[in-house]
Write a protein that binds this ligand. Structure first.
Ligand code: ADP
Length: 212
């Protein structure tokens, strides 16, 4: 089973990708995490500023990061890729070469104002990567600014501010949203309301994907 997640900023794409990969035993391929790793390893492609501003990284770099994984791994959930029509076409080509297919494209829909509130309150643990939100009851850490699990001080992601949010949302509308019709016309698109809490969203995803 191969799954793609599409969502506006802050719909909880990363969280659901993790839930799905655990329950259904799928590898999680997150382009956001892969890009943050390459930056931590010396930023050979000089993408830090682009990412900080919420702009998309070039399709060539993205494909170079995911190509091998798409070919080698079986059964995965894609978190953050494809992000535009060109990447979707490139994915189709790779899948054609290796005889794989997309089973579900899950579109997590969320209103802009809710996304903005979530982004501005987001904090994460630099050690275990757990994500919190100081404005959302069920995501608030028990002690403000400290990870519940490893007691590290929480950090604000570099691209989590109002200005970047506006840019990310604009780019989402222009480049990523067209993927919804692209996959709808292939008959693999399923929409889930992402304004619910993360467990409720996952319950709906489980209903869609079925029991293992
Ligand atoms: P979020 O889920 O909050 O939108 P991600 O972690 O998926 O954030 O992505 C963070 C940033 O990484 C994006 O704003 C963009 O700069 C870059 N990025 C991630 N995936 C892609 C992709 N497939 N193509 C181009 N840029 C990407």
């Amino acid at each position: 089973m191969n799954i793609i997640l599409i969502a506006p900023p802050a719909a909880g794409k990363g969280t659901q990708a993790e839930f799905i990969s655990k329950k259904y035993n799928l590898s999680c391929i997150s382009t956001g995490s892969l890009l943050r790793e390459t930056i931590a390893n010396g930023d050979p492609f000089q993408i830090q500023k682009k990412m900080r501003d919420g702009n998309l990284i070039s399709d060539d770099i993205i494909i170079s990061l995911v190509r091998e994984k798409l070919i080698d791994l079986n059964r995965f959930v894609l978190d953050g890729f494809p992000r535009n029509i060109n990447q979707a076409r490139l994915l189709d080509e790779i899948f054609k070469e290796v005889n794989k297919k997309i089973d579900f494209v899950i579109y997590l829909s969320l209103e802009k104002s809710l996304g903005e509130q979530r982004i501005i309150g987001r904090r994460s643990c630099p050690k275990c990567k757990k994500v919190y939100n100081i404005y959302v009851n069920e995501l608030r850490p028990s002690n403000e600014n400290t990870c519940d699990d490893c007691k590290e001080s929480l950090i604000v992601r570099e691209d989590d501010n109002k200005e970047t949010f506006e840019n990310r949302y604009k780019i989402y509308k222009e480049q990523t949203e067209p993927l919804i019709d692209y996959y709808r016309s292939k008959g693999v698109l399923f929409e889930i309301d992402a304004s619910q809490d993360k467990f409720e969203i996952f319950r709906e995803i489980e209903d869609l994907l079925g029991e293992v």
